[in-house]
Design a protein around this ligand. Structure first.
Ligand code: SF4
Length: 170
């Protein structure tokens, strides 16, 4: 049976997990499609939601929003390229989610996050403990998304760079 990868689900859930780790409120606002486009935020919401064409006749390398490259067939790895290394924990959790998702489909990979501007690479492996962590995070994400009200402002140093800064502090 051919493995079906739902790239839309993979992409959106990966972003939700990334946002959850950065700030549950950011996740909630993003999920409610509240957009505050701001050039200071490198991950513009509009571009995240932009559909990237996925060429079925070239299945080996799939590019999702220029953020993640998955070598489906040949490589052992999935690679993700990040502009900044400021949110490493969130980046790791995002790629762990991709590894977790793929494992559920019977595809076992390792992850690499490239930070070309910083000439740095992080190698990520989905261990048993990390799987449990991802499952816990998925539950937490669900909880945040079900909430009627946005989670509180977190007052973090990186709030100033967040696309929702005006919304939270205005
Ligand atoms: S400005 Fe701060 S509190 Fe508001 S969504 Fe962004 S990170 Fe969260």
């Amino acid at each position: 049976m051919e493995t079906e990868i739902n790239f839309e689900e993979l992409k959106v859930n990966g972003i939700k997990i990334n946002y959850y780790v950065i700030c549950p409120r950011k996740l909630w606002l993003f999920d409610k499609k509240i957009t505050m486009e701001d050039k200071s935020d490198k991950v513009l919401l509009g571009s995240i939601l932009h559909e990237e064409s996925y060429k079925r006749d070239k299945p080996k390398e799939v590019l999702i929003d220029n953020l993640i490259v998955i070598d489906i067939v040949d490589s052992l790895n999935i690679r993700e390229v990040k502009y900044s290394d400021k949110m490493i924990e969130a980046d790791k959790m995002q790629i762990l989610y991709y590894l977790y998702y793929l494992k559920k489909l019977g595809i076992e990979k390792r992850g690499i996050i490239n930070y070309p501007r910083h000439r740095k690479r992080e190698f990520i492996e989905l261990t048993f403990d990390k799987e449990k962590e991802i499952e816990q995070v998925l539950k937490e994400v669900e909880k945040v998304l079900k909430s009627k009200k946005p989670p509180p402002v977190i007052d973090a140093p990186y709030c100033k760079k967040c696309a929702y800064f005006e919304f939270c502090y205005g």
